[in-house]
Design a protein around this ligand. Structure first.
Ligand SMILES: Cc1ncc(COP(=O)(O)O)c(C=O)c1O
Length: 389
């Protein structure tokens, strides 16, 4: 072969079947080939295993899909380019014009935006309640045919806990699908409940290092099958390099999450006793309104701690030295996000009260650092009068 031909047809290197890489390679290839048209055709018809085009399926993504489905206790998974793309895919794919969706004031702002501003343009109606209003949820489902309930537990950012048993029983009784954004609780939580669809941001605890974005929809294979073609056509596919990073991050997910939760419980307990702190919201504290529910539903209580201070949380956030002021959560280093940056502008007075966010709110994402160092930093920030970052 002449050079221009050779560089486009490099020598193939095949691995002997008894000589495998310990870590699966990144299948960066967008295209996969077959030796014959007939085999390519059989693959397209689902008559044989294989891959054709990475937006449709890719071996690196497949390994991550299988891992995540198993962790969450379901048999199907679709990967997306971000966490919001995962929840959006489930909503867009499973809802149609004329449907009604039940949503909550206590949830991630972009999910609210998607339902209120985007789905509404396509004729999908919604009702917004407080996640604490379990009677209201049951009443709404009884009164109005509902296609989907979209919710979080614990909620972002004030960490309210949804009653999963009552929610799923009511949904089942009235033929509604449940879509739980399970990012805060993690893959090892909530699988035992009758939840139809889990959405996760893999940008957070799954990858764990704040250096890659991704999302996953996890459900029984029949529901995943119903979303698969839409997913391929909508095109928010995860890149194989990102999938590799997330698969690598997952190796330490149980260790990181356990350590982060232990740190969070200790920090929540100490903060609750501080005079500068008006309230600590952490499901692991006996003072949390849904503590008993959290004990029944979760293995541990998560790595987010939200505090209500007696002062504007901006000064406190700026005074912290180990907690970076940053959006997002779930990485190894601790972060703080003050209420002024969270405070949603799309709320009515009632919704604002349900959401429970003010300028005195600070959301802490607890990392894996030494907890005594974190406590010392929190103490100095609470007691220092002026910003010192
Ligand atoms: C609960 C929750 N769901 C989804 C997302 C969105 O994730 P991503 O940024 O990967 O789209 C976030 C991001 O903060 C989140 O907190």
């Amino acid at each position: 072969m002449k050079p221009p031909t050779r560089v486009n047809h490099p020598p193939a290197v095949s691995m002997p079947p008894d000589n495998r890489p310990l870590v699966a390679p990144i299948y960066s290839s967008v295209k996969f080939t077959f030796d014959s048209v007939a085999e390519s055709e059989r693959e397209s018809r689902g008559q044989r295993e294989g891959f054709q085009y990475s937006r449709v399926a890719n071996p690196t993504l497949r390994q991550l899909e299988l891992t995540l489905a198993e962790l969450q206790g379901r048999d199907g998974c679709l990967l997306t380019a971000s966490g919001v793309a995962a929840a959006n895919l489930a909503m867009l794919s499973l809802c149609k014009q004329g449907d009604h969706v039940l949503m909550f004031a206590e949830m991630y702002q972009p999910t609210r935006y998607m339902i209120r501003r985007v789905l509404s343009r396509y004729g999908i109606a919604h009702t917004m309640l407080s996640i604490e209003d379990v009677d209201g949820i049951e009443r709404t489902l009884a009164e109005r045919p509902t296609r989907m309930i979209v919710f979080e537990s614990p909620t972002n950012p004030v960490l309210k806990v949804a009653s999963l048993e009552r929610m799923t029983a009511a949904a089942r009784a009235h033929g509604a699908l449940t879509l739980l954004d399970n990012t805060f609780a993690g893959f090892h939580n909530h699988g035992q409940f009758d939840i139809d669809i889990f959405a996760h941001s893999l940008t957070k605890y799954a990858s764990g290092h704040g250096d890659v974005m991704g999302g996953a929809v996890i459900a029984r294979s029949e529901l995943i099958g119903a979303m698969r073609t839409d997913s391929v056509i909508l095109g928010a596919t995860l890149d194989p390099h990102a999938a590799f990073m997330i698969q690598r991050g997952l190796k330490t997910y149980p260790l990181r999450y356990e350590r982060q939760c232990a740190n969070a419980l200790r920090i929540a307990t100490v903060l609750e006793a501080q005079p500068q702190v008006a309230r600590v919201s952490y499901p692991g504290l006996a003072s949390h309104p849904q503590h008993a529910l959290a004990v029944r539903q979760m293995h541990e209580f998560g790595a987010m701690v939200t505090v209500e201070l007696h002062e504007d949380a901006a000064r406190f956030s700026e005074a912290l030295k180990l907690f970076a002021i940053s959006a997002s959560l779930g990485s190894t280093e601790s972060l703080v996000w003050p209420g002024r940056l969270i405070n949603p502008r799309d709320f009515s007075a009632q919704e604002r009260q349900w959401a429970g966010i003010s300028e005195r709110t600070a959301r802490l994402s607890i990392g894996i650092e030494d907890v005594d160092d974190l406590l010392a930093d929190l103490h100095q920030a609470l007691t220092s009068g002026t910003a010192s970052k």
